[in-house]
Design a protein. Structure first.
Length: 237
């Protein structure tokens, strides 16, 4: 059976060992470079943004959909662009809230075997073949992550952010969990299995914030953005 996506073809190595770089791999490298270039070019006008994650399966009638829309509108009204994965559910709600606040609404969609159509609330709609290129866009232009309950993809982005913070690849970068008690089991596990067993340092969970109040999300983001700008300000200014 042929791979159904470009990423599957890239990651499923069933060939024979060769000396040097094959023509196929050279083409893959060019494709990756082109994808980064297209993403950087499309998002270059962003001054500051927040990336919002959450389940694609959250229906519009769910209170979490309404809350995501409200949080995004609050952030958009404060001058932040909103970036999501561009699909349905929480992503759609966040892009919808951004649109309602007249903020730039960005979707970074991904090629999937079962497909994922972009939601109708996007000002900038990108489609990526590679998860890793897409992940760079989520972080590069964002001052914080706001994360609603979701599945494996949402959890992947959560732990990606915590790893980048722990290794100081990004600084003063809050990860805001929205959804109240839905996060309690995970937070208890992190406390018991990572901190109490000394598999992480006490400060490694400090970037995590838990709130369901849109105005508090905005306050956390504003404070972090100010710290980031101060940290990266060129010396002598």
């Amino acid at each position: 059976m042929e791979p159904s996506t470009f990423d599957e073809d890239l990651l499923c190595w069933l060939g024979t060992r060769k000396e040097g770089l094959s023509e196929e791999d050279a083409e893959r490298i060019r494709s990756v470079a082109e994808e980064f270039a297209a993403g950087f070019s499309a998002l270059a006008r962003i001054d500051r943004a927040i990336t919002i994650f959450g389940s694609a399966r959250t229906p519009p009638a769910d209170p979490e959909y309404s809350l995501a829309r409200e949080v995004a509108a609050c952030l958009g009204g404060a001058g932040y662009a909103i970036i999501t994965g561009g699909g349905p559910g929480i992503m759609e709600a966040a892009n919808r809230g951004a649109r309602e606040a007249a903020a730039l609404s960005v979707g970074c969609n991904i090629e999937l075997a079962h497909g994922q159509a972009p939601n109708p609330y996007l000002d900038v709609s990108l489609r990526f073949r590679h998860f890793f290129a897409r992940k760079v866009m989520f972080v590069r232009y964002a001052s914080a992550f706001v994360i609603f309950p979701g599945g494996f993809g949402t959890l992947d982005e959560l732990f990606e952010a915590l790893t980048l913070i722990q290794t100081e690849k990004v600084r003063h970068f809050p990860v805001i969990l929205v959804g109240g008690p839905r996060w309690s089991g995970l937070l208890a596990w992190l406390q018991a299995e990572l901190l109490e067993r000394r598999r992480a340092a006490p400060g490694d969970l400090a970037p995590l914030h838990l709130t369901d109040r849109p105005e508090q999300v905005c306050a956390i983001v504003d404070a972090a953005c100010a710290r980031q700008r101060d940290h990266y300000r060129p010396r002598g200014r």
